[in-house]
Ligand binder design. Sequence first.
Ligand code: UT7
Length: 339
Amino acid sequence: MTAVLTGIGGFLPPRAVTNDDLSRTLDTSDEWIRTRTGIRERRMVSEGLSTGSLAVEAGARALRSAGVTGVDAVVVATTSPERLCPAVAPEVSSRLGLGTVAAFDVTSACSGFLYGLATAAGLIDSGTADTVLFIGSEAFTTLVNQHDRTTAPIFGDGAGAVVLRRGAPEEPGALGPFDLGSDGALADLLAIPAGGSRQRSADAGLGHASVPAADWYLRMEGRPLYTQAVERMAQSAARVLDRAAWPVTDVDWFVGHQANLRIVRAVAEELQLPGERVAVNIDRVGNTLAASVPLLLNDYAAGGALRPGHRVLLSAFGAGLSWGSTVLVWPDVKAEPVD
Ligand code: UT7
């Protein structure tokens, strides 16, 4: 038996921020952002919305898509938790009326959807759960310095969710083999230095040196990350295709993490996948970390481009460094447009 995808949903906060909006307060331009990243606009949370509420909205849509009102476990992948403690998944479960089921978070930045999917599938494979609601949810713009032109244009908020159930490996929707990897030697390429146990707030009264304001926000070394992203995603995707015994010519859609349009295209080129099989929505949502891959799946399924029987390759890369890939044949699931 294996985990089978049986429902999908997505949610974006209503506040759209265009490149021109950003250019009013940042030394940047629509032209620079579009040509370097492919992003035209992104959504950002406003007062009253955060990772938990985005997750509840996307989760409710995925449950509706699957036609179920209960699951055995809730897993949330996020790198913008509501609080350092506790995990957000138990609260999401409670707010969705799912009761006291197992609920926990997975943290793996932009590869969070792939790591969380493997974890959720593992709950089913091990017999711990028959059904799992798995959500990638991020309000990451709250952790990005909106005055830093090297990071502010890149990220967006949103949530995407899937429901998995126990099924047979030959069914459409059955998750294929996974490839997961990491390189912690390069952890500092993308990091938020303060807020954890290594660099705590001075408010604790324990004599810690004061934390510089910039350390509460994301730091990113874009260029080396770019090279790593292309190399790691392409290698991981090639490994998973090999394990699944899928020739690359069989892939109908490459659904890759939307970090940068140029990265996704370069990975496809490495894999020798034609451009028309590369799914893209970064222009409207930016980089939404763990929500990126499920939002893209939802967009393409709701729009009718991703259809039952299509062979899909999923791949992601992010902070850690970390990366992951899997494959599935798209099942006959209902998908609603995010808005
Ligand atoms: O989600 C997974 C992890 N994230 C990634 O994988 C991100 C990977 N990296 C990237 O996508 C790209 O490196 C970026 C989009 C972040 C940056 O693009 P780039 O083509 O690598 O630009 P760069 O950082 O090399 O900067 C080129 C120039 C610099 O000016 P000089 O030194 O050439 O005079 C920057 O100061 O562009 C300047 N610049 C900007 N100019 C206008 C940097 N940010 C901006 C900006 N607007 N927002």
